[in-house]
Design a protein around this ligand. Structure first.
Ligand SMILES: *[C@@H]1O[C@H](CO)[C@@H](O)[C@H](O)[C@H]1NC(C)=O
Ligand SMILES: *[C@@H]1O[C@H](CO)[C@@H](O)[C@H](O)[C@H]1NC(C)=O
Ligand SMILES: *[C@@H]1O[C@H](CO)[C@@H](O)[C@H](O)[C@H]1NC(C)=O
Ligand SMILES: *[C@@H]1O[C@H](CO)[C@@H](O)[C@H](O)[C@H]1NC(C)=O
Length: 339
């Protein structure tokens, strides 16, 4: 009994070291970039061409070559954090960087469900922002880059280039240098699941050109929605994430054929390694959406009902032909706060 306790400790201890470092003792750029982008909420400007984070030499070179890139990365970061906070506003984990307000409990210390999600989220957001940058011409080297498929229709057009976004994101995150050990493989899978969530939101939009509405020729292009539209799918991945143990930790970092086979089975899921701590210690004072949400968010401690005044535009009407004039309506609504 005692022995197995020590062994468990050793495994957990070893894993926590694995989670942070690669073989040379430094964190792969892939992980480092994602974690820095999510962590810096104050939009600090760093030295180097990428500005938004402490970039590697290679990343700086890319930012220098593509003057629009640093802005695209900034957009990626901001839209990811905003979307995360909106989507998880009423969840026990609300995109905070630490668990239970304890600075030592960083979400990046191990690979929790939340860590896996953030890896997916940031990568997805970069791919989205790059694709958008392509479509808008803010990235010079990718305008209208082979994103069209032949159909029986005449196909032309220029849309968001997701394929390019995916490739560019992997390149920017130094995918090839990220390693192929068990931890690296898990992080890479989480990143790909994230990026592909953006791809799955692509919509084909077609426009007909023809005599009196007939569709003799049709122009089609693929269009990405706003980044928010991928959040539903990303959150689903968060809920369906699969917990994995490192296989044969005596082999340290190598992925065994058996482990590879198991990863194949779950290749469409986020993978994490450590159980999230109980977050009920930190939900005191959190606002719930409704009574039903309070039941989970407040962890059974109950809630206080207060009142909140909400102002909104209402009774809008057209005046003087072309202007919309609205009143401001004031409404009192219930506000539920966790005890
Ligand atoms: C392109 O970049 C410029 C300057 O950085 C910015 O003002 C503009 O909004 C960008 N366009 C799009 C569509 O993102
Ligand atoms: C796509 O259409 C062009 C003609 O518009 C044709 O030459 C080409 O072979 C087609 N490609 C595929 C993959 O069908
Ligand atoms: C773990 O890996 C070591 C070194 O490759 C090997 O000798 C050993 O048999 C493996 N153990 C299991 C349980 O697979
Ligand atoms: C998230 O929750 C913590 C308490 O767990 C709170 O201190 C923090 O302000 C919340 N953040 C946001 C963005 O709501």
């Amino acid at each position: 009994m005692f022995k197995s306790g020590v062994l468990t400790f050793l495994i957990v201890f070893t894993v926590s070291i694995f989670a942070a470092k690669n073989v040379n003792g430094s964190q792969p750029v892939l992980q480092k970039t994602i974690e820095e982008l999510f962590t810096d909420r104050a939009d600090v400007i760093y030295p180097g061409s990428c500005k938004t984070f402490r970039s590697s030499a290679r990343q700086s070179k890319m930012c220098k070559k593509e003057p629009g890139l640093s802005n695209i990365i900034l957009t990626a970061k901001q839209q990811a954090i905003t979307a995360c906070e909106d989507t998880f506003q009423y969840d026990r984990w609300n995109c905070s960087l630490v668990f239970n307000k304890r600075p030592k409990k960083s979400i990046f210390k191990k690979i929790y469900r939340e860590t896996a999600f953030v890896h997916a989220l940031i990568a997805a957001s970069i791919a989205h922002a790059v694709a958008r940058g392509c479509a808008s011409g803010n990235l010079s080297r990718c305008a209208c880059f082979g994103s069209f498929k032949n159909t029986s229709w005449h196909v032309r057009g220029c849309g968001d280039d997701f394929k390019f976004g995916k490739r560019f994101t992997k390149n920017f995150l130094e995918w090839k240098q990220a390693g192929s050990d068990q931890i690296a493989e898990i992080i890479k899978q989480d990143v790909i699941v994230g990026i592909d969530s953006v791809g799955e939101q692509m919509k084909e939009i077609c426009k007909c050109h023809g005599f009196s509405g007939s569709c003799t020729t049709k122009t089609c292009w693929k269009r990405l929605g706003p980044f928010n539209s991928a959040m539903g799918l990303l959150k689903k991945h968060y809920h369906h994430a699969v917990k994995r143990k490192l296989v044969n930790f005596t082999t340290k970092r190598a992925v065994t054929p058996k482990a590879r086979k198991r990863m194949q089975l779950d290749k469409n899921n986020l993978i994490y390694l450590q159980k999230t701590p109980n977050l009920c210690f930190s939900t005191k004072g959190r606002i719930c959406k409704d009574i039903h949400n309070c039941a989970t968010l407040c962890c059974g401690r109950g809630y206080v009902t207060g009142k909140k005044i909400v102002k909104s535009r209402c009774k809008c009407k057209m005046v003087d032909c072309c202007f919309v004039k609205c009143d401001t309506c004031v409404e009192t609504v219930d506000l539920f706060t966790c005890k």
